[in-house]
Write a protein of this length. Structure first.
Length: 347
């Protein structure tokens, strides 16, 4: 006989094999699996070993793999990034963690002049298989020196691949793909997402799972307007889309996943369908990711399908204030996205 309440219980059960996994645990899984898979892979950075990582991303890895594979470094980004780039040129596959990407500016000569340009300048004879990873963009209450988004900075530079995950599936799959790639990859994570749980399928939790670099993902299908975003603002776009759906506006939400090479074909295909475009990002407006998307759409055939000008939703054009109320007004909120959608749809 069927158990009472069985159907109601079934409606609230996740699909078979689906688990709730935080972004932190997804990144930890990816590092663990890749350290186990390839002995050339090693992790280095400040506090990554004995302290289990400043954000606990590398929890348990030092105890499991030891001093040669998980290495605590001095507080010297230029020094340990240079060591990591040299190790990559010599055939290892380093994962170089910055405590925040704001501190990567201390090592930007190593990232750009040493890592990004070497493959081109050596006519392809020297690969630099390195991953630069860590939290990017605004956290909470950490002021101007710790709140910058570097997607546009690093996306500007030939020789780098740049990925920017939102969900746990993005984080795990993109980190594994980045470690296996023979090019230098910048992986821009978000500190405020580390503790957020997302559903992960059985397939996404397997050791073979990777997310291909350079492919965007449609997170929600829609017909009236295309919302394009990356990292934490993808969640804001989905929230805005759910609110707008109650008013009869169906938003298509695209999670870019990769900043460089950008999957502009996915954006074009969506714009051809919806005839409207809104880009959303946490970075500054001038020369930003949204500016690049708008330019690429304008230069391509999808421009002919736009029924209104594309609209950008960005961070405010100021250094990030410390005060919470000012910080909130400097970062795109759900209400800002809804306002932009209504503006472009003229409603």
């Amino acid at each position: 006989p069927r158990r009472a309440g069985g159907r109601a219980a079934a409606l609230h059960c996740p699909a078979a094999g689906v688990s709730q996994v935080t972004v932190r645990d997804a990144l930890n899984q990816a590092l663990d699996e890749e350290l186990e898979r390839d002995e050339r892979v090693f992790l280095l950075g400040e506090e990554v070993a004995q302290y289990d990582g400043a954000y606990k991303i590398s929890r348990g890895l030092w105890k499991k793999y030891g001093d040669k594979r998980v290495i605590d470094t001095p507080i010297s980004e230029m020094g340990f990034t240079g060591i990591a780039v040299g190790a990559a040129m010599a055939g290892l596959r380093p994962v170089c963690e910055f405590m925040t990407f704001n501190f990567s500016m201390q090592a930007i000569d190593q990232v750009i002049n040493s890592a990004a340009k070497t493959c081109y300048m050596s006519a392809g004879s020297i690969a630099v298989p390195i991953v630069f990873r860590g939290p990017n963009g605004a956290s909470a209450g950490v002021a101007a020196q710790h709140s910058q988004c570097f997607a546009a900075w690093y996306g500007h530079c030939p020789g780098l691949k740049v990925v920017s995950p939102w969900s746990s599936e993005d984080a795990k799959g993109l980190l594994k793909a980045s470690i296996r790639d023979d090019n230098p990859v910048v992986m821009l994570e978000n500190e405020l997402l580390y503790g957020v749980p997302f559903e992960m399928s059985e397939q996404a939790q397997s050791k073979d799972f990777v997310v291909p670099i350079g492919k965007a993902k449609i997170e929600r299908q829609g017909t009236h307007v295309t919302l394009v975003s990356h990292s934490r603002p993808v969640g804001h776009c989905l929230e805005a889309a759910a609110i707008l759906a109650k008013e009869g506006v169906e938003c298509e939400v695209i999670n870019l996943r990769t900043i460089r090479p950008m999957d502009i074909e996915a954006v074009e295909a969506s714009v051809v369908k919806t005839n409207h475009l809104v880009t959303v990002e946490g970075g500054w407006p001038q020369f930003g990711v949204g500016a690049e998307i708008c330019a690429r759409i304008m230069e391509g055939s999808a421009f002919n399908y736009l029924d209104a000008p594309a609209v950008r939703v960005t961070g405010a054009d100021v250094p990030m204030p410390y005060a919470k109320i000012l910080e909130d007004n400097c970062i795109p909120q759900v209400k800002d996205i809804i306002f932009a959608v209504k503006k472009t749809l003229n409603i």
